[in-house]
Design a protein around this ligand. Structure first.
Ligand code: HEC
Length: 91
């Protein structure tokens, strides 16, 4: 019984950790879909940039790395990143 509880706790911790990878916020789902097809979210989950820098970063993924992002997705992702992954994100 104790073993089962320990296992369950470990699984829940791992799950919570994966969820915490990127901050919650509008546009998170889109960002995960658009930005994790080539590399994992850990590639940018610790990055904190201003809007101009994120714009340049996403543009770099499209021009240099071959990411195909629709205009609508681009706007959503840029808004998400520059809002929740800025140097001073909302609390
Ligand atoms: C078409 C594939 C592709 C997509 C889609 C993609 N990337 Fe990348 N990304 C790459 C490659 C290739 C690298 C370089 C990997 C390495 O250095 O190991 C990279 C590296 C990065 C890096 C670290 C290196 C750097 O240039 O700063 C960041 C940050 C990053 N990507 C963010 C993003 C974000 C944000 C998105 C969504 C808008 C995204 N990526 C979508 C291919 C992609």
């Amino acid at each position: 019984m104790l073993r089962k509880i320990t296992l369950l706790a470990a699984l829940l911790t791992a799950f919570a950790w994966a969820q915490k990878d990127l901050p919650e916020g509008d546009g998170k789902q889109t960002t995960v879909r658009v930005c994790t097809s080539c590399h994992g979210a850990e590639m940018f989950s610790a990055t904190r940039l201003g809007k101009t820098e994120w714009d340049a970063k996403i543009a770099n993924m499209t021009t240099e790395r071959g990411a195909a992002i629709t205009d609508a997705d681009y706007a959503t992702v840029l808004k998400y990143l520059s809002t929740y992954m800025s140097p001073a994100p909302p609390k």
